[in-house]
Design a protein around this ligand. Structure first.
Ligand SMILES: Cc1ncc(COP(=O)(O)O)c(C=O)c1O
Length: 391
């Protein structure tokens, strides 16, 4: 019998793998699947982005390994874009790093920061790669309750002294997946203060920076609260703003020691991203930005249609101010059973949602529904959910 490492144990329980099996069973039984379980945009990447990638494919000089120095044009484009957008200058050589996704970056960073037994402070609920990376690094997790009664913001004062002492990193992420909450700059200022006082690396996963709907202020970068880049690192992706999820391209900016640590971990793991995709990403950052607003408007329209359709069938769901999701409290008869709700709903109707328990204990009692199908499909999904709930 091959023996597997203990660190694999926590990774074996995976709500999303179970949902995937339930989806496959529903498909095999002939159900039409309306998949709202993943935040994978159904909108296309920009033509100029695709053109840059296509041109690169025909250029053999892009076909070899890309070492750190060949990512320089990408890092320079990132640095200009970042300063222009958030008003904080970053050095492309030491304060920017190419990633193969925010998922990849957030999962690998703990290997640079944690010794076995060190504590990471994570939000409950949160995106699964945050905890997955801590498990891979042999770290311990202290969960920060991220609850509706506190506007889905953790309370730093509640963290006990002995936890602060052993904590090496804290991961925050706003606009927040799955709860859809936004955090104001003052919250980040508080987080920076807390992390400085306790010498904790502050990690901000920021994929939904642009995905803020009308009527809300823009989402702040953590570096606007830590302009000297003393303790913070922030992760951006092209998956949401530029609809490039399948291309796997993202970056980190921030404190140079944190960037260097992550770079050293990644140097034994990958050779960055294919240069053609880096060229596509440069085209995305330097080209016209109007498509971002169009994407946001599309998701906002879908949000309004879907929230109304669910309210009309008697499921009272709040209207999110940001992200690509609805975060809906389950009806009373399903409380405590988000996994059963997810698997039974997809097997009965073909509508796939993400059970809240997949994001942590505090996610139980909720489901997350991604706005990644057109308005007509979302209305059809609501009608099927009504049938399933017997409404
Ligand atoms: C909070 C969060 N982090 C990371 C990711 C993954 O991003 P990427 O495609 O850049 O790996 C997602 C995707 O949904 C996310 O919601």
């Amino acid at each position: 019998m091959i023996k597997f490492a203990q660190r694999l144990q926590p990774l074996r329980r995976n709500v999303f793998a179970d949902m995937d099996s339930a989806k496959a069973r529903a498909k095999a039984a002939g159900k039409e699947i309306i998949d709202l379980s993943l935040g994978s945009s159904d909108l296309p990447a920009g033509d100029h982005v695709l053109e840059a990638i296509k041109t690169s494919v025909d250029d053999p000089s892009t076909h070899g390994y890309a070492l750190f120095h060949s990512t320089q044009p990408f890092r320079e484009a990132v640095a200009s874009w970042f300063e222009n957008k958030y008003g904080v200058a970053v050095d492309p050589e030491t304060e920017v790093l190419t990633l193969i996704g925010c998922q990849e970056g957030t999962a690998h960073l703990p290997l640079a920061l944690l010794d076995p037994g060190d504590i990471a402070l994570l939000q409950d609920p949160s995106y699964p790669s945050h905890s997955g990376g801590i498990h891979l690094a042999g770290g311990e997790i202290y969960w920060l309750p991220t609850l509706a009664e506190n506007q889905f913001l953790p309370i730093f004062d509640d963290i006990p002294a002995e936890v602060r002492e052993k904590a090496q990193m804290m991961v925050l992420s706003y606009p927040h997946n799955p709860t859809t909450a936004l955090a104001p700059l003052s919250f980040f200022e508080e987080a920076v203060q807390f992390c400085k006082e306790n010498t904790i690396a502050l990690v901000h996963d920021f994929p939904y920076g642009d995905m803020v709907f009308s009527g809300s202020p823009p989402a702040p970068s953590v570096l606007q609260a830590d302009r000297a880049k003393e303790i913070s690192i922030e992760f951006f992706t092209f998956s949401k703003s530029y609809n490039m999820g399948g291309f796997r391209i993202a970056f980190a900016v921030g404190n140079r020691d944190l960037i260097l640590g992550l770079r050293q971990v990644k140097a034994v793991i990958d050779f960055n991203q294919y240069r053609g995709i880096l060229n596509g990403a440069i085209a995305a950052l330097t080209g016209p930005q109007e498509s971002i607003q169009k994407t946001v408007d599309t998701f906002e329209h879908r949000r309004d249609v879907f929230v109304k359709a669910l309210n009309d069938i008697g499921w009272d769901v709040p209207t999110p101010a940001a992200t690509l999701y609805l975060w809906a409290k389950l009806p009373a008869s399903w409380q405590g059973n988000s996994m059963d709700f997810g698997t039974q709903l997809v097997e009965a109707t073909g509508v796939a949602v993400a059970p809240g328990s997949g994001f942590g204990q505090a996610g139980e009692g909720y489901v997350r529904m991604a706005l990644v199908r057109d308005a007509a499909k979302l209305e059809a999904a609501a009608a099927k959910i009504a049938e399933f709930l017997g409404h």
